[in-house]
Design a protein around this ligand. Structure first.
Ligand code: NAD
Length: 470
């Protein structure tokens, strides 16, 4: 844990092990925080926030810029640590750490745009809209992108003058702890940014139910997000929820198939399919479905599975045994129920580690769980469609609405998909990419509110209106 700028043990001295998912070896032992530890972190944040809130936006931005520079200088070491705890190939971990620095630099740059609004409403009536910190806030993050999501929350939260308590996931807490340490090296006062490790149901809930915490930014599964929202309602806390997704990818008859196959491969097998906006359902026009499947299967056959630290690895293990078991269960169910045809993959290598082969399943039954639920692993279900209308109708038949992509050269198709697909982000001829400048979030059960982009400043500020009669 990191409280008040210091690495601290849990009050009751308990610890837990962090494992390398490629080998099953223990790589670290961390403090197992509890309710009292969460409270101590909130005490520290509460004490530190008023002074931090008074620091000028320019000076707060300077801390972010310095942290970004330190992250960039340490890309290699941070990426290695991320791969060891999370499993992703080193090249993806390196991308994520660079992306983390980019996000912090972006918010540092916004420091100079910070200003209150002024309105002259009449000859004797003026208004100011002040952008003030919310106060003590909590950030709960998952294990799949632990560095980037830490930056998505800490960057704008701290720029806006809040103090933050972060609860990382227990299977990827090392990189968030390292990043919090970097913030302190960059000059952040102790207590402004704290990290409490420990079980979500204990530490996470202690933060969500703590009356002094005024906002919760949660990224994780839809099931946990619903619980967080219900608990936060007791104090009418502000909540931002970034939840699960089941992104459709629509491939039209005129698509550049080579680009679409490359997009599906990166979109589904990046981070072993453990990305909220991964391509989770493929809807392919029947005129090109056979050719697309042939090319996709050939490309999937070229994805060497192995430890993320090995240079030749294109896909690492899943982050946990439980995640791998869920993927195995879904494939077994498909095989036994004959609700799809497994054209490649569908097995797991011998030996240690939570590995599962990259898998493609065609002819998927409409009521299969592969299409109805969020599948957080390397299975790609493919459905043939007659036309774009059918693709959009079927794409929208999901409780989720995070991202979606359409692959076509036709401007009318692009417009049609962009306006009708129910999603927070629609990509045209690409998938997955989210630069720091754009707002990000889901519709339907994929979430509430937006992070990233300049919009995040609104989500991390309290706007106060002041009216003046002269
Ligand atoms: P999860 O919901 O199990 O856990 C997320 C975090 O919440 C962890 O830190 C966990 O310890 C904590 N937590 C668990 N129970 C809690 C509780 N009762 N109260 C408070 N906190 C609690 O999710 P996960 O398995 O770690 O992450 C995968 C999920 O995250 C997927 O559904 C994925 O789509 C989603 N995700 C969404 C986005 C997005 O931006 N929309 C980004 C990444 C991941």
């Amino acid at each position: 844990m990191l409280i008040n700028g210091e690495r601290t043990a849990a009050i009751d001295g308990r610890t837990f092990a962090v494992m390398d998912p490629a080998t099953g070896e223990t790589i670290a032992s961390l403090s197992l925080g509890g309710i009292e530890d969460a409270r101590t972190a909130v005490d520290a944040a509460e004490a530190a926030q008023p002074d931090w809130g008074k620091v000028s936006p320019r000076d707060r931005a300077h801390v972010l810029a310095t942290a970004a520079r330190l992250v960039r200088e340490r890309v290699t070491a941070l990426a290695r640590e991320l791969t060891r705890e999370q499993g992703k190939p080193l090249r993806e971990a390196t991308d994520e750490i660079r992306g983390t620095a980019n996000v912090l630099e972006y918010y540092a740059g916004l420091g100079s745009t910070f200003r209150d609004e002024f309105h002259r409403l009449g000859p004797d009536l003026d208004a100011q809209v002040l952008r003030q910190p919310i106060g003590v806030c909590a950030a709960v993050i998952p294990w799949n992108m632990p560095a980037l999501l830490f930056a998505w929350k800490a960057g704008p939260a701290l720029l806006c003058g809040n103090a933050l308590v972060v609860k990382p996931a227990s299977t990827a807490p090392l990189t968030p702890l390292a990043l919090a340490g970097i913030f302190h090296e960059a000059g952040l006062p102790g207590g402004v940014l704290n990290v409490v490790t420990g079980p979500g149901e204990v530490v996470g809930e202690a933060l969500v139910t703590e009356p002094r915490v005024r906002k919760v930014s949660f990224t994780g599964s839809t099931a946990t997000g619903k619980r967080v929202m219900a608990l936060a309602a007791a104090d009418v806390k502000r909540v931002t929820l970034e939840l699960g997704g089941s992104d459709p990818m629509i491939v039209c008859e005129d698509a550049d198939l080579a680009a679409a196959v490359a997009g599906a491969i990166a979109g589904r097998y990046y981070n072993s399919g453990q990305v909220c906006t991964a391509v989770k359902r493929l809807y392919v026009h029947e005129a090109v479905a056979d050719e697309f499947t042939r090319r996709l299967t050939a490309a999937v056959g070229q994805l060497p599975l192995g430890s993320g630290l090995a240079p030749e690895t294109r896909m690492g293990p899943l982050n946990s045994a439980a995640g791998r078991d869920r993927i195995r269960g879904l494939v077994d169910e498909t095989r036994e129920g004959e609700t799809g045809t497994i054209v490649i993959g569908g097995g797991e290598p011998e030996g240690a580690g939570h590995f599962y082969e990259p898998t493609v399943i065609t002819d998927v039954a409409e009521d299969s769980r592969l299409l109805r639920e969020e599948v957080f692993g390397p299975i790609l279900p493919l459905v043939r469609v007659r036309d774009l209308d059918e693709a959009i109708v079927r794409a929208n038949r999901s409780p989720y609405g995070l991202g979606a992509s359409i692959w076509t050269r036709n401007p009318a198709y692009k417009r049609e998909a962009a306006s009708r697909v129910e999603a927070g982000i629609v990509w045209v001829n690409l998938h997955l990419k989210v630069p720091p400048e754009v707002p990000f979030g889901g519709t339907k059960q994929s979430g509430l509110g937006r992070e990233n982009g300049i919009q995040a400043l609104d989500a991390w500020s309290e706007e106060k209106t002041v009216l003046f009669r002269s």
